[in-house]
Design a protein around this ligand. Structure first.
Ligand SMILES: N[C@@H](CCC(=O)N[C@@H](CS)C(=O)NCC(=O)O)C(=O)O
Length: 227
């Protein structure tokens, strides 16, 4: 039976761009579990009431409801032990990647693309997004992304650990991709789906790795609707 995934969508319901929902999408593809994606918008909090909180991803698997991308990955691993493992050596290392991406890489991308994210949102979501994000940053969205052509150079440096390990292994997971790969790829996919701004230069080994993730599982990432 397919798992239902509530995932953030833009004005175009096919534009599914949440970094966290992409982590879950790839986790489900890795485990070869069919998924039924339901588009959700920031302001439709009522639709998530059943989950007891107001953010996506949320999955329902039969009678079971799980929210939070990390909790979902752990749930899938426990519930489907006979499917390919998301954490072949346990979750400890991926937990570090989750913290690094959420704490460093993703906020850095936000400061480069947040005004582009606003443009792809459904009209009913735009005032909410502007208000909450401008309050968070303490400036307008346009001010947040101003000067990004110069600032992106500094952000690219945050991926140095990835480039270093790619000299000796093709995936963050080692010889094959695992959930740690999907954490970082989900965050890059957020930018790929919402913004035309060039985050990574094409000859960057990090960009090549991301391309490999996009091609996994019949190109589920590559085929995603983008802006
Ligand atoms: N720690 C959560 C974060 C989930 C999250 O922040 N989701 C965003 C979408 S990318 C959301 O639903 N935000 C709702 C809001 O800002 O109101 C996870 O890993 O799933």
């Amino acid at each position: 039976m397919a798992i239902t995934l509530y995932e953030l969508a833009g004005a175009d319901p096919n534009l599914r761009f949440s970094p966290y929902c992409w982590r879950t999408r790839w986790a489900l593809a890795h485990k070869d579990i069919p998924v039924n994606g339901i588009p959700w918008r920031f302001t439709d909090k009522a639709a998530l009431e059943f989950s007891g909180q107001g953010k996506v991803p949320v999955i329902t698997d039969g009678a079971k409801t799980v929210s939070d991308s990390w909790a979902i990955a752990e749930y899938l691993e426990d519930r489907y032990p006979d499917h390919p493992p998301l954490f072949p050596n346990g979750p400890a290392h991926a937990r570090f990647i989750n913290a690094w991406v959420d704490g460093v890489v993703q906020p850095g991308i936000g400061r480069l693309i947040v005004s582009d994210v606003y443009e792809v949102l459904a009209p009913q979501d735009q005032p909410y997004f502007r208000e909450t994000r401008e309050k968070f940053f303490g400036k307008t969205l346009a001010e947040v992304t101003a000067g990004r052509e110069e600032r992106v150079i500094e952000w690219r440096r945050t991926l140095l650990p990835l480039r270093t390990i790619l000299r000796s292994q093709p995936w963050i997971g080692g010889d094959s991709p695992d959930y740690a790969d999907y954490i970082l790829a989900g965050t890059l996919q957020w930018a790929r789906c919402t913004s035309r701004f060039e985050l990574l230069e094409p000859d960057d080994s990090a960009a090549e790795w991301f391309g490999r993730v996009l091609d996994l599982y019949d190109g589920v990432g590559r085929r995603a609707t983008t802006v």
